[in-house]
Ligand binder design. Structure first.
Ligand SMILES: [Fe+2]
Ligand SMILES: [Fe+2]
Length: 132
């Protein structure tokens, strides 16, 4: 499994967005580490909380981008919808059995790719608009 670090670089500069990114990342990274790398077992409440935080994060980003007429909004929404399906799919498995380290690893990779790609793209636009 990959070891991930969340450094200074992937910051949008929008405080509440960065806080949510940090929470999603650190939750998944902690699950990936243990109790054992091959058998992470977050509780159903923890899983539900992450799903709620993550989906709410998508809606907040979209609302922010609508307010600022962001030209890449359709791409953000399409990515969010596709990610939302995968998040719900992965975590619906957790109702019946422990989710695997491979599943968590895939979610982390998906999260990182989106945050470093489309989210950093809108953050450059937002900085030009003076959003903090
Ligand atoms: Fe995001
Ligand atoms: Fe996003």
């Amino acid at each position: 499994m990959t070891d991930y670090l969340w450094g200074e670089s992937p910051l949008t500069g929008i405080v509440f967005i960065d806080d949510e990114h940090e929470e999603i990342f650190s939750t998944l990274a902690a699950w990936l580490k243990g109790p054992s790398a091959n058998n992470p077992q977050p509780t159903s409440n923890e899983i539900q909380r992450l799903v709620d935080v993550w989906i709410k994060h998508f809606r907040q980003e979209e609302a922010l981008l609508v307010r600022h007429n962001y030209p890449g909004l359709d791409k953000q929404k399409a990515d969010h919808l596709s990610m939302e399906r995968k998040i719900r799919q992965f975590f619906s498995k957790a109702a019946g059995e422990p989710i695997s380290a491979a599943d968590i690893d895939a979610l982390l990779k998906m999260f990182i790719a989106h945050t470093l790609g489309p989210d950093m793209a809108y953050s450059e636009f937002q900085k030009g608009e003076g959003v903090r």
